[in-house]
Ligand binder design. Sequence first.
Ligand SMILES: Cc1cc2nc3c(=O)[nH]c(=O)nc-3n(C[C@H](O)[C@H](O)[C@H](O)COP(=O)(O)OP(=O)(O)OC[C@H]3O[C@@H](n4cnc5c(N)ncnc54)[C@H](O)[C@@H]3O)c2cc1C
Length: 584
Amino acid sequence: MTIHQHEVLIIGAGMAGLRAAIEANKVADVAVLTKIFPTRSHSGAAQGGMAGALGNLDDDNWEFHMFDTVKGSDYLGDQDAIEIMCREAPELVYELEHMGTPFSRTPEGKIAQRRFGGHTLNFGEKPALRANYSADYTGHVVLHCLYDQCVKNSVRFYSEFLVTYLIIKDNVCRGVVAWDIRHGGLHVFHAKAVMFGTGGYGRAWRITTNAFANTGDGLGVALTAGLPLEDMEFVQFHPTGLYKSGILMTEGARGEGGYLKNKDEERFMKRYAPNLMELGPRDLVSRSIQTEIIEGRGAQTPEQKSKGIPGDFVWLDVTHLGEAKLREVLPQIFDLSKNFVGVDPAKAPVPIQPTAHYSMGGIPVNAAGRVVCDAKNTEVRGLYAAGECACMSIHGANRLGCNSTLDATFHGRQTGRTIARDIGNLTYEDLPPEAAQEAQAQIDWYYKATGKENLYDIRGDLQDTMQKNLGIFREAKGLEAQLQILGELKKRFSNISLKDKSQEFNTELQEAIELGNLLSFAETIVVGALARQECRGAHWRTDHPARDDAKWLKHTLAYREEGKIRLDYKPVVITRFQPKERKY
Ligand SMILES: Cc1cc2nc3c(=O)[nH]c(=O)nc-3n(C[C@H](O)[C@H](O)[C@H](O)COP(=O)(O)OP(=O)(O)OC[C@H]3O[C@@H](n4cnc5c(N)ncnc54)[C@H](O)[C@@H]3O)c2cc1C
């Protein structure tokens, strides 16, 4: 097996990985491993913007941003980390501007800002203009800018390397093992410091905004290495995915003034968020849409109408904004909406439904970006994480729109700086020989497997059942059923075989490894959700219909031990804002 040595390894080339690489590369030899080409990372799909209280168009300030993030998190977010991020967000945005990100502009030439859900002025008084954007291509331009900076600074990239194994011994991280997708074969990467920036896992659901690559590999690999995952039961559904496919219609559409309407063309958000209306936080807006559908006010397709079937979507109406404005600030929605639902958004309302979008939980890290492995926050030496795969926890039980590109970029930078500080005290620790053997045995198993099951059927069944039993509304019955289903799916997975036995670009092998990861961490979501008998943020238990701070104002830690998930809990950091009832 080829062995490479780099002082710092960064797994993932999204906003988190690239921003960390720029920072760590200033003092150390850095390599970035990524399973897809860097600029194809899902960060590039971000449309709406990046939060930061610049106050270019109103009297915004970072304390309002902090308050909104805490309230949006349903008070589960750790306020020490939230405070640092919100305070420094404006400086981070200016830094991106100076690096070359082409933001949209106000008439005076300042960075343009739009409204986004849950972001308010004066602690909830009225919507704030806080989302810094570049039309509806914000992620694309930021990602390309960061990649340019990496290339300019000679960061080493290993593209199309799939990390399958994390080498930890005696609580010290020593490197990773990765599959060379292009040529086949495993490579060992020996390092002093490893950072995960492996992104989200929306592909565990049938209807999702997430790219095909978003299979939560980092979480699967970490869980197998004995690390816990934090707050996995909190999964965000974005309110406005295109009907059926779930492809994102940016929240920017509502930020610019779009309406949500039910089958009677009523702006139903007045019932759920009379103050902020369509600009309520995502958990609330998604639940409101689903409630309209459940209560029979969903809009219907002509076919549903003719057959008397209740409708299962609502309308996103931006027609009143006019074509000229839409073309300027939301150009992408024309293509998406025309190609995937056949509607011109300037002429007619667009059919939408909530869609799996973002993972609030992930690999537990402290505010410096160091991975911690228990409720006492014991650090794992040499291991770091940032971005969507990490849980700090900034977003608590529900993330506000535009806070994720900020989180990924900001904590990518912070964690890169932590690594740069730590690197002098870290050494190349011995590589345990069994690590490469175990990683090889995993791959050999796939090539030798002769079972009858088809992995794509198993993946489809996983996505359908997660959609049904771990949606916007949850209850014990469905969660228990899902736990059993996962057990059966895992049994079937142990009985697969690959049709493609080649080494080069074996996409079937890659998808099998990804499915193994999906099945592994999915269990932490279900077990955590079953245990948490309350409603908080995106976790809504219809059989326990209230938030319960006395029992549940705490973070979940889920470990895999002897094949089963064990849960533990740790306290939430509360500094400035005491938990209150959330009203919008
Ligand atoms: C359609 C869409 C629109 C969005 N819009 C917004 C928005 O407007 N504003 C906002 O704040 N947030 C938005 N988000 C969320 C936000 O974009 C993401 O949460 C954030 O960009 C994630 O960045 P990341 O660096 O953590 O991960 P990603 O950008 O997802 O990158 C993950 C990286 O990990 C690598 N990787 C994964 N597994 C492996 C493995 N096993 N081996 C090697 N490499 C691996 C991948 O190759 C990739 O490079 C949006 C998300 C989606 C899906």
